[in-house]
Write a protein that binds this ligand. Sequence first.
Ligand SMILES: Cc1ncc(COP(=O)(O)O)c(C=O)c1O
Length: 405
Amino acid sequence: MPLLTDALIATLRADTPGCAGPCVHFNHAGASLSSRQTLTAITAHLELEARVGPMEAAVMAADGVARARTAAATVLNATPEEIAFATGGSAAWGTAIASLPPLRPGDRVLVARQEWGGNLTTLRDKAARAGAGVEVIPSLEDGRVDADALAGLIDDRVRLVSLTWGAANGGLVNDAAAVGRVARAAGIPYVIDAAQVVGQIPVDVKALGCDMLKAPGRKHLRGPRGTALLYVRREFLDKVTPAWLDVQSSPWADHLGADHGPVSPRDDARRLESSEASVALLLGLGNALEQALALGIDHIRARIHHLAQGLRARLDALPGVTVRDIGDPETRSGLVSFTVEGLAGSAVRARLADQGLTLGANGVPYTPLDMTARGLTEIARASLSYLTTEAELDRLAEAVAALRI
Ligand SMILES: Cc1ncc(COP(=O)(O)O)c(C=O)c1O
């Protein structure tokens, strides 16, 4: 695998239309910039659909979609049979959660402080309808989930542990494997939201000990919007009952003759897919996945980590600017969160956008438990890619410094 030298980064940037301007993109945690090859994979298939018919084009592209599934499995150290595709991170997560056995009165669901707002709403709603409860696992001093405290919470009423692995409001990355050891030892279903991890940090679902894990294609994998990966551990499949079935998730021939009893869904993760999907987007995702694998996610990780630490140091040196990243500095992601005295995060974002710098800003609803625990209402969010350059970091730091003048 090639090292990410300056020369290679320059080539990769030249192959990325979004690197040619007009803006400098610091919102890879929202959605990254696709390569020209990924765009071509999408548009070429759309043209094929227009020429020969979408159903016919899908047959011609079946191998390409299978390759995408294999690449997704390789990225996660899973098998292709353990991968379902979905249309977005929340859709993948919601599909996974809806497939679990129903909660009962008194049941407990455990989450960490970084749980994504949408996940939390889903879990609270599901728990409230069942007379169950959602509880927050205590945190270590640095904000990461405390796996030992989790072990102390386990009893026979705990039905699910849900972990947002990488925070959406900063660089914190939880020790998902430590949580996995506790959940697995207790035999409790363990679901990971890896939206802010997959594509920028190596992932090994076996080492994590999770039952299901999801990530969207559009963030650190640089795939298209409208795509996501959902991993379902092979041995967990019998606990996964799709909320609904179709001709793909439960082909009719499988249960012809069955006497009105429950039908058996497919014997792989695709029991959570529907037959209708954008083949063009899946081919684009496949290209993005193969590109990430060719570069080596460990190399991607090393470069992003170095860049992010450099940006934190630059911002730390600025008066009136506070870097808000917590967690273990060694495991932080490329998501750099900060506040500027006297300016709301959204104002920071708007002022920098005026200068052609594209950042994110996160309020309480996206990471409610953590923002509330830390007394934060809004943070500005500069999220990096391996495509980011030192010169771009300098430009961002200068622009942030100028905000207070
Ligand atoms: C940690 C995390 N979970 C979930 C989501 C929502 O995913 P999606 O917008 O693909 O539904 C996001 C989006 O930023 C996220 O950062």
